[in-house]
Design a protein around this ligand. Structure first.
Ligand code: G3P
Ligand code: MG
Length: 238
């Protein structure tokens, strides 16, 4: 039986890749910035490098580190010499779990790499054994087969399927995963789709929203939370 994730009953703000608009994305510096801005949830991206699970969004290194090449083809020792922004290194999932335990809840999005679902499942099972509360963890993916494989590896961790386009199978996919939430892109969050998703009876979280007025409109349509690059616009404005 999966626990219910510790979402904000009013409205959940997820710091997208930490606080990607304010600090280097997917870095411990960015995660600490998001926490300082008051978020209770941080979203990050995980890739299964041959030597470690790494928090990194892109396939290529250039945009965030200035280096040439692909993340998954570069030795870990080389990756660890790169500046991912503000002097931060590319963190391993392990490093982030150790740094953040008890300070924030973590939405880990499965991206690329060999056996990313199984390896992340094993890592999170270990994290729970070592004291992470499973209600403070949520794993999501656009690849719903990978999410299914994650559930087999870590049945006690809550999951949320991601959708970047509408599909008539959204509720069915969420049910088949025993999902705790449904995560959708802004283009998917139309009144028609949102009303169809009501049937699932699950929180709907929308990415990536950086304008408070837009978040207010989504909230009026029944959306339960958003991902943002600028958490302070949403948290410190009241
Ligand atoms: O998990 C929400 C969002 O992060 C999905 O898109 O490309 O920013 O990882 P992306
Ligand atoms: Mg992501």
């Amino acid at each position: 039986m999966k626990p219910r994730p510790a979402f904000d009953p009013q409205f959940t703000i997820f710091g997208h890749r930490g606080a990607a608009g304010c600090a280097p994305e997917n870095t411990l510096l960015g995660f600490h910035t998001a926490i300082a801005q008051g978020v209770a949830w941080i979203e990050c991206d995980v890739q299964a490098h041959p030597e470690a699970l790494l928090l990194f969004h892109d396939d290529r290194l250039r945009r965030t580190t200035g280096a040439r090449g692909r993340l998954l083809d570069t030795p870990l020792a080389t990756l660890k010499t790169l500046d991912a922004g503000g002097g931060s290194t590319i963190p391993t999932l392990q490093e982030a779990l150790a740094a953040l335990q008890g300070r924030v809840a973590l939405n880990i999005e499965l991206k690329a790499g060999d056996a990313v679902a199984e390896r992340t499942g094993e890592a999170l099972c270990r994290a729970v054994e070592e004291g992470w509360d499973p209600a403070q963890l949520l794993v999501s993916a656009f690849d719903h087969t990978a999410l299914q494989r994650f559930c087999l590896a870590a049945p006690q961790i809550p999951v949320a399927p991601l959708f970047d386009r509408p599909s008539p199978r959204m509720v069915e996919v969420a049910r088949s995963l025993d999902a705790a939430a449904i995560h959708i892109g802004l283009a998917v969050a139309t009144p028609i789709v949102l009303s169809a998703l009501d049937e699932a009876g699950l929180p709907i979280h929308v990415y990536t929203i950086n304008q408070p007025a837009l978040a207010d409109r989504l909230r009026e349509r029944g959306v339960s939370g958003i991902f943002t690059d600028y958490p302070q616009r949403f948290i410190l404005r009241d």
